[in-house]
Structures are given as C-alpha cells and as structure tokens.
Write a protein that binds this ligand. Structure first.
Ligand SMILES: [Cu+2]
Length: 326
C-alpha cells in the first residue's frame, strides 16, 4: 500500500466529513458576518446618515456634512451636493467607461490590427472645450458663494477669538467683557453640557440668535485655525494678524468645532464650542458678566482701578492695536 493510500485509509471518510463540516461552518460564518455587516450598517450608519443628524456636533456613524445652522453654510453644502458631486461622479463614470471600452473593444485579441492615425480634430476640440465649460460653470457658482462669504452685513457685535497653545480666549469688546478662557472640558463637564467629550469647552463662545456676529481671529503663539462646522466658517488664527469672519446663526443651540491647524502637542485638545442663545438669554448672560459695582468708573476714586489696568481698557488696547495693523 502506498503512503498516500495509507493516509487515505487512516483518515478515511471521517476526514472528508470533517472538511465538509468545516466548509459548512465557514460558509455559515461568512453568511453570519455578511448579515452582521448589513445589520450594523442599517443600525448604525443608516439612521445616523439619513434620520437624526446631531445639530452642531458629529453624529456617530454618519456620512455627509453636519446640518447647517447658517444660510451661507446651507448654500455651500448645496453647491457641493448638487453641483460638484454630480460633476465629479459624471467625470469618474465617463473615464471608467472609456477605459473599459478600450480594454474590451481594442485589446490585441479583439482588434489584432490597430489603426495608425494620431490626430482627430473633433475629439481634441471636445476634450478641450468640455473641461473649460465645466470649470466655467463651477467658477460662476463658486465666486458667487465666495462674494457672499466676504460681504459681511453690518455686525450686531464683535467677538475676538484668540488661539493659544492649547485653548481659546473669547473677548466681547462691544459688551465690555474681557477675555474668557475656553479650554477642554472634563468628561463630566461635557456630559453635563450634553456635548461630546473633546468638543465641549469651558466658557463657550456666546452669541445671540439671528444676529450678525463678527469674529476677529488671531493667534497668540503659533498658527491655529478657528472653525465651526455648522456655520461653515474656518479661518486661520495667525500671530500678529487679525483675520475676520462672520456668522448669523438661524437657530438656538450648541455648535462645535476644533482647532484646524496643526499647532503642537495638544492641538487635538482645544475644542471650539459656541452657544447660540435667544436675545433675552444673551442679554442675561452679558449682565451676569458685567463688572462688579466696586470696579465701575462710577465708584469712588479710592476703589477705582488705575488707568490702563481695568479689564475693559486692558482688552481694548491690544485689540485696537491689532486691528490698526496693516
Ligand atoms: Cu491650535
């Protein structure tokens, strides 16, 4: 008896059955994995993507942008979804189709004697004029949106946002509120705030609803970037320069963002949180931040702070100096 036959004899039908059993088990594992993947997609990604996106924060398992909280953000999303995306998909489909057509129709077996021509005027005109027209259409809508972003209406108030390693400071010169330091909130604070950890900040920026808020952005040490997704704003915070952006939130709520310029070790730990309040709540917040009576100018000279030392002046001077810079 040969060695192979011996092995077959010793393994016998039981080995074959074991292999069959294993195949069966693997195929059921495969089916189970497939079903689990589909269920996971349906349970996590599906509703996250199509049903209840969290306003102002990322939604677990979702794709696409966060819902917009300003009109400009909505316009920017529409520009992407209804113009750029269809053009992109169309071009990819066209190129893929042409590739497949060449591979199938003109391979050496299907087309043993290739043509020898090198120019075709009609095709060259089409592949030159086509992209130019596509870029022109994109440019028209893109520039319109850019102009809208730069055309700030008269602002109701100004907030000065300063990026530090690694936190933000928000000053409200119109309300005479000095800089409030806004750093990473603890997991407990974030949970109490109803905001995801690492997106929740102590002393969030505060703004009234339906009012134009100008944001002056600068950096104190290195370049940071101020970004709030639902408002569609992202602007660099550069030391020695003041950049300007604006938003007009159309709803009350909490909106988050993050420093978007790699700025050092704790870059990922300087969240941006903006609380949009009703006008009444905003006024109450401003009143709560007003200086104590003993510190106002109306108080007795003995208790008044020295000139240049009051929070308002201390804030106004660097701000004015920063704005005056070219
Ligand atoms: Cu930063």
């Amino acid at each position: 008896m040969s060695a192979g036959a011996q092995v077959r004899a010793s393994c016998g039908p039981s080995a074959v059955e074991a292999v069959r059993d294993m195949q069966g088990r693997y195929s059921s594992i495969g089916r189970l994995a497939g079903a689990t993947a589909i269920a996971a997609l349906a349970a996590g990604w599906g509703p996250g993507a199509f049903a209840a996106d969290t306003m102002g924060q990322p939604t677990n398992g979702a794709i696409d942008f966060q819902p917009a909280a300003t009109q400009l953000r909505q316009q920017a999303m529409d520009f992407h979804n209804y113009l750029l995306l269809p053009i992109l998909v169309g071009i990819c489909a066209l190129v893929l189709g042409l590739l497949l057509w060449c591979v199938i129709r003109y391979n050496s077996r299907a087309n043993p004697t290739p043509a020898r021509f090198t120019h075709n005027t009609m095709v060259e005109v089409i592949w030159t004029v086509g992209p130019v027209l596509i870029l022109l259409v994109i440019a028209i809508f893109s520039f319109r949106l850019l102009f809208d972003y730069h055309d700030m209406p008269t602002p109701y108030m100004t907030v000065k946002a300063t990026g530090y390693q690694w936190y933000w400071g928000y000053a409200y010169p119109d309300q005479k509120i000095p800089e409030q330091i806004s750093s990473l909130a603890t997991p407990e604070q974030a949970a109490a705030d109803g905001v995801q950890y690492k997106l929740s900040a102590t002393n969030p920026m505060v703004a009234p609803v339906n009012k134009v808020v100008r944001v002056l952005v600068t950096g104190a040490d290195v370049i940071h970037s101020f970004s709030v997704n639902a408002f569609g704003i992202k602007i660099d915070a550069i030391p020695g320069r003041v950049n300007e952006t604006w938003f007009k939130a159309d709803r009350i709520g909490t909106f988050t963002g993050q420093c978007s310029q790699l700025c050092g070790l704790d870059h990922a730990f300087m969240p941006i949180e903006v609380k949009v309040l009703s006008q009444k709540d905003f006024d109450a917040w401003v009143a709560s931040k007003a200086p104590k009576p003993a510190l106002t100018a109306a108080s007795a000279p003995a208790t008044a702070p020295a000139p240049g030392a009051s929070p308002t002046t201390a804030l106004a001077q660097p701000l004015a100096a920063a704005v005056a810079k070219p």
